[in-house]
Design a protein around this ligand. Sequence first.
Ligand SMILES: Nc1ncnc2c1ncn2[C@@H]1O[C@H](COP(=O)(O)OP(=O)(O)OP(=O)(O)O)[C@@H](O)[C@H]1O
Ligand SMILES: [Mg+2]
Length: 282
Amino acid sequence: MIQFSNVSKKYDNGTHALKDINLTIDKGEFVFVVGSSGAGKSTFLKLMMREEVPSSGSIIVEDKDLTKMKKREIPKFRRKLGIVFQDFRLIPNMTVFDNVAFAMRVIGTKEKKIRRRVPYVLSLMGLNEKARNYPQELSGGEQQRVALARALANNAEIIIADEPTGNVDPQMSYEIVDLLMRLNEAGTTVIMVTHEHSLVRCFDKRVIILDKGTVVADGGSLIREAATSHINPISEISNEYVVPPEEDYSAYAAQNAAASQTAENSEPVETSEEFIVPGGED
Ligand SMILES: Nc1ncnc2c1ncn2[C@@H]1O[C@H](COP(=O)(O)OP(=O)(O)OP(=O)(O)O)[C@@H](O)[C@H]1O
Ligand SMILES: [Mg+2]
């Protein structure tokens, strides 16, 4: 469980990025976080991963009070998390394989398991052929997918993804969210920032809308309609957020459903089981 109580964040330069945030995200939830640029979305995520600390209020993640957490406790806490940063944060002098493997090595995973798992998560992202390349040799979308593969590597309990689909095409966006949904169905909590309204509309999940540092809406399908409709009152609150046009994801949904049916017949179950094998264990 993730619980924000009266959380505000003022950066050193005086920017009030978040104001009095109160909300709870339950274990196993899937949450979209939306809002215009500068609304505080990344700050919200950085607070829950203990990359930033709040100026006031408390944040509890899995029974841990992050405001009381000591620096030396942070690495252990982060093991629970699979993080996709908005700016990827890939390690430039490591290959794609090693970038993903690194996330597993730091938590002491055996090389044998790494050699099995890394190609698997890279294949989920369609990146097997890039395993030996360096980040700077990849397109923006490919780098983003490496960041996502790295976040999936350890079977984290919570996936925190800051615009994981910001640099990929609509088909790939759909597939990425579909993959996150499947992880979520297997029990992983997923918190994902996105600018893509159609994605939010396509997948029926909780949506938290931030605007100028406050939560202006938080809820299920009704809110989702509000957030994605061009003629709704929400557009008055957050003009910038409601921007047409919409990509129609329903075609991808149909396509994917057909593909997964075929996959069900041909692929060994092993693939999906591997998904829920806890990281670091053998
Ligand atoms: N390290 C920082 N120091 C000072 N101000 C910051 C810092 N990081 C973010 N801000 C400011 O805090 C506010 C919220 O920023 P944040 O990055 O959370 O927005 P965002 O919703 O993620 O935007 P985007 O959609 O553009 O990524 C903005 O006004 C931003 O300029
Ligand atoms: Mg951001």
